[in-house]
Design a protein around this ligand. Structure first.
Ligand code: TRP
Length: 326
């Protein structure tokens, strides 16, 4: 029996290169070794975007199209939408009975978001319970492994605490304590050198048009000490160079040498990088176009995912209800 994996993404916008290197490439590889459940976390998106759900549905289909285009395979993995599987909410309720408030109030991601996000009111009952729903997502499939980025580690720790308490109260080993599977640190920064993120608007979307890619790459920050074309560049601190490392490793040495000997300028270097990225994304975008042309096939994939997810989730929930005498 293969171990089970569950992971999810909030459908809050277009997916970008950071999602590809940070999650999707990894998910794709895991599909052969594990029984994988990949979920669009629309309830989690609503926890912060509840006032403006306008683009939610569109984002969901757009994101799933990207998943498929990047090699997430519905024949291997269960691909579904969280809100299509109501068992998530029922287990969320059960976990909310036993989760101490203090654990949630002290959660570092919660404190940070309350501090940082000022254009939405996150002082709600629902948002405080964000990690409780995430724990339910994971436990519902008895997932042992959860591939996530480092920012999600506090949520996994909370998940372990919640299932440990459940197991202690009701039944030893009802749920496994899940382990995070961290994506190997691939340093892809945004166009401005900060973390690539929708909220910084410093990303290149997987579906970005070639012209837009060129424009965005042109705007990238390079070695600030290099002022004139004849100045030797410091490629080791240049964000462009790290893109070469990730997307064209075979050219890395040559570009590094040309940069540090001032044989290539930043403008030309950007032009070549844009070409590389356009070519890199071309097959993904072609696949994406095909997928989006056939919306009913996409809907079938999600229906099938829902059915398979509910099968497992239903069995887990039946077990939980029995333990709670309801
Ligand atoms: N909180 C995760 C994020 O923001 C998304 C998510 C929801 C998730 N449920 C999950 C990730 C369960 C892993 C497992 O990215």
């Amino acid at each position: 029996m293969k171990k089970r994996i569950l992971s999810g993404m909030r459908p809050t916008g277009k997916l970008h290169l950071g999602h590809l290197l940070g999650a999707l490439d990894n998910w794709k590889k895991l599909q052969d070794e594990y029984a994988c459940y990949f979920m669009v976390a629309d309830w989690h998106a609503l926890m912060s975007e509840y006032a403006d759900p306008e683009n939610l549905k569109e984002n969901m289909l757009d994101n799933v199209a990207d998943w498929l285009a990047c090699g997430i395979d519905p024949k291997k993995s269960v691909i579904f939408i969280q809100s299509h599987v109501p068992e998530h909410l029922e287990l969320h309720m059960v976990f909310s009975l036993i989760t101490p408030l203090g654990l949630l109030e002290r959660c570092p991601t919660y404190k940070e978001q309350l501090r940082e996000i000022t254009n939405r009111d996150l002082s709600t009952y629902g948002f405080l319970g964000y990690p409780v729903l995430q724990a339910a997502d994971i436990a519902l499939y008895k997932a042992e492994v959860v591939p996530v980025g480092e920012d999600q580690l506090p949520h996994l720790e909370l998940t372990r605490q919640i299932v440990r308490k459940f197991n202690h109260l009701y039944k030893k080993e009802a749920f496994p304590e899940p382990q995070a599977l961290l994506t190997k640190e691939k340093r892809l920064l945004g166009l401005d050198g900060r973390k690539m993120s929708k909220s910084y608007n410093n990303f290149i979307a997987l579906s970005e048009e070639p012209e837009a890619i060129r424009k965005k790459v042109t705007s990238m920050f390079t070695d600030p000490k290099r002022i004139k074309l004849t100045d030797p560049g410091h490629h080791e601190i240049c964000n462009l160079y790290s893109y070469y490392e990730l997307f064209a490793p075979e050219r890395k040495k040559e570009i590094g040498q040309m940069c540090s000997s001032a044989k290539i300028g930043c403008t030309e270097c950007k032009k070549q990088l844009a070409d590389i990225l356009i070519k890199y994304l071309e097959p993904i975008q072609e696949k994406r176009r095909q997928i989006l042309k056939n919306k009913s096939a996409l809907a079938d994939i999600l229906d099938d995912g829902e059915k398979r997810a509910r099968e497992f989730a239903g069995a887990t929930l039946a077990e939980v209800k029995k333990l709670l005498k309801i």
